[in-house]
Design a binder for this molecule. Structure first.
Ligand code: GLY
Length: 366
């Protein structure tokens, strides 16, 4: 299955194929003709996955070097960016070489950013190995590291030349991480595809239980939706791409409250954030109570948090709104919110009164 991201001369294909890692040598052969391969991964990547990729490159006669970084969010730092770019320069990287990001969102974001600045831009391929990175972060060219002032504040839009997704890498993903990634799958249904949300309600359980057919369908549909939206608004200027932030404003406040720690994974915060965005939309008289209840019920049914309480949040509305004021999406003293007129009818509202948000969150807290 191939999905195209259409961005003029920066267009690229996303290939979704069970076993793609074992065929990477063939699938990426075109790039090998132009230079060397350097694989960047982290210590948590199941050794078997790196082995599969390396074996397949070797079998195709492609020489590759490997750089292994420490796992975890703290790898998205200036220090690691410097270490990585130094390592690549020591290796003698040239613009014709291909840098391969094998891993989850941390590796994809860091390696993509390094590729964007190294020699003013080196070719890079995303090989995402978590559900979250397969359905969201590996597609669309957002790359970044974190700074003291916040997450993802230093970065660039820089598109990969190819994305290779092998859903079998999810076999070894911890169930909690799989579920967290699934929140971003649901998101695409809620944004503008009510039929896909219906599919999620009917098949989400199968996907989370590891059903290969459900998994591949969900990834392909998600990546198709993301490719379409990114093709319409690559740099998030028209408001189209901002739709992909559904649940992220409420979610960001919850992540900030939990110190961006393992207490609440990003996808879990997004799940609770989407349920809150729908219930807030209902409170504003925009969305039917039935649709909000469906969203809340499906999120809860998958074991993701659908309320503040289930997300382990006890903070007041005022405290959560204070976190929102540090959101990088703040513009001119206003925070754009993604609200919904119903399932599949998300829209951007730049005029939301934060006092209403605060009162709503206090009510949610009970
Ligand atoms: N994850 C949101 C975006 O790529 O725009």
């Amino acid at each position: 299955m191939t999905v195209r991201v259409s961005l003029g001369d920066r267009s690229y294909d996303i290939r979704i194929e069970n076993g793609a890692l074992d065929r990477a040598g063939d699938l990426l052969a075109d790039y090998a003709a132009r230079g060397r391969f350097i694989v960047i991964t982290d210590k948590n990547i199941v050794p078997n996955q790196l082995y599969r990729l390396e074996t397949s490159l070797t079998a195709a006669g492609i020489a590759s070097a490997v750089e292994v970084l420490p796992p975890g969010e703290s790898t998205k730092s200036w220090t690691m960016l410097e270490k990585l770019t130094d390592a690549l320069l020591n290796y003698g990287v040239e613009r014709g070489d291909t840098i391969i990001a094998l891993g989850g969102g941390v590796i994809g974001d860091l390696v993509g950013f390094a590729a964007s600045i190294l020699k003013r831009g080196c070719r890079f391929v995303q090989v995402p190995t978590t559900l979250l990175s397969q359905v969201d972060s590996s597609v669309g060219g957002k790359t970044a590291i974190n700074s003291k002032a916040g997450k993802n504040l230093i970065g660039a839009f820089y598109q990969p030349v190819h994305v290779l997704i092998d859903p079998t890498t999810l076999d070894s993903l911890p169930p909690r991480e799989l579920r967290a990634g699934y929140a971003e799958v649901i998101k695409y249904g809620l944004i503008d595809d009510a039929a896909f949300f219906g599919w999620c309600e009917a098949n989400g359980g199968r996907l989370l239980a590891g059903d290969p057919e459900a998994r591949t369908h969900a990834i392909t549909a998600s990546v198709g939706a993301k490719a379409r939206i990114v093709g319409e608004d690559e740099r998030e200027t028209s408001g189209r791409r901002a739709l992909l932030n559904l649940g992220h404003t409420f979610g960001h406040a919850l992540e900030a409250e939990t110190g961006f720690s393992d207490r609440l994974l990003h996808g879990e915060a997004v799940a609770a954030g989407m349920a809150l965005a729908f219930r807030f939309s209902t409170k504003l008289g925009l969305c039917s109570a039935e649709d909000s209840a469906r969203v809340t019920a499906h999120i809860a049914a998958t074991g993701l948090p659908s309320t503040l309480q289930r997300a382990g949040i006890e903070a007041s509305g005022a405290k959560l709104v204070a976190h929102m004021l540090h959101d990088k999406k703040m513009a001119g003293g206003r925070l754009p919110f993604l609200l919904a007129r119903g399932i599949g009818q998300t829209f951007l509202d730049k005029t939301v009164d934060l006092a209403l948000v605060e009162r709503f969150l206090d009510e949610e807290r009970g």
